[in-house]
Write a protein that binds this ligand. Structure first.
Ligand SMILES: Nc1ncnc2c1ncn2[C@@H]1O[C@H](COP(=O)(O)OP(=O)(O)OP(=O)(O)O)[C@@H](O)[C@H]1O
Length: 254
């Protein structure tokens, strides 16, 4: 791969489902400690890309690596990554605490080594008092919070977050944004896929816009906004940039 030091890297990454090309010769390189906002319209290929990076599916072509580890080697990858998918992967019959212990077990990490981090994150998210309740009694937002904690409690090199703030109340969403920023300050790379553009505008270091399985633009939120302002005039924001980049007339600023 061209940049071996990158935390997340893809080269000519391709995924086809029958006649549908979900990810199309994607090249990507994300530096360690960056928050990378991954944007794109419905069906652009974001989830497919994240599923390849986290070893859940194999690409049709090209290569993907996280922390230098080929993403097809899921066993080697598991300690380096955390994943918070859009639908929380939780077991209803467990308590919150048991779920977090189970997640640590899956990574062969002793619970004792992650418990302080996990409990402190739960306290920040106002979830600590609910940890001994069964998950089937949790609200949607409580499930989202627990899913976040289990994705990051083992201090992964890269964490993949799919719509992490959806379903959270404004206070919890603000706390989560702060926790994400703290993770990056601690040198964790954050791959953040969301349709909530103000979140990306606020916390992302770099934004990549995917359209039709291809990266059509990449830059800081300010750079993408400035590019939109050249077309739309002053007052343009990331939403204007997104709308201009994801029309089907082929506009691309990459
Ligand atoms: N298992 C699958 N089988 C067939 N086609 C699939 C499968 N998964 C995804 N696709 C197709 O691949 C393309 C990309 O889908 P993907 O879920 O990656 O998009 P997305 O950017 O995450 O969209 P959204 O914002 O709606 O979640 C779509 O055309 C979708 O229909």
């Amino acid at each position: 791969m061209s940049e071996p030091s990158a935390a997340v890297a893809a080269e000519s990454l391709t995924k086809r489902y029958g006649p549908t090309t979900a990810v199309d010769e994607l090249d990507l390189s994300i530096e360690r400690g960056d928050i990378y906002g991954f944007l794109g319209p419905n069906g652009a290929g974001k989830t497919t890309t994240m599923r390849i990076f986290t070893g859940l599916i194999e690409p049709t072509g090209g290569e993907a690596r996280v922390a230098g580890v080929p993403c097809t080697d899921r066993r080697a990858l598991v300690e380096d990554i955390g994943l918070m998918p859009e639908t929380p992967p939780l077991y209803d019959q467990l308590t919150g605490r048991e779920q977090l212990q189970f997640a640590a077990d899956l990574r062969n990490v002793p619970w004792e080594t992650v418990a302080d981090t996990a409990l402190s994150l739960c306290a920040s998210l106002d979830l600590r008092a609910d940890l001994d309740r069964r998950i089937d009694g949790y609200s949607k937002g409580m499930g989202q919070k627990l899913s976040f904690v289990q994705a990051v409690q083992h201090d992964p090199t890269v964490v993949f977050l799919d719509e992490p703030t959806s379903g959270l109340d404004p206070r919890a969403a603000k706390t989560l944004r702060e926790l994400i920023t703290d993770l990056a300050d601690g040198d964790t790379t954050v791959f953040l896929s969301t349709h909530i553009l103000p979140v990306v505008e606020e916390i992302a270091d770099v934004v990549g816009v995917l359209h039709g399985g291809q990266l059509v633009a990449e830059g800081s939120p300010a750079e993408l906004t400035a590019a939109a302002a050249r077309d739309e005039g002053d007052g343009a924001d990331l939403e204007d940039a997104f709308l201009a980049l994801t029309t089907d007339d082929g506009t691309a600023w990459a």
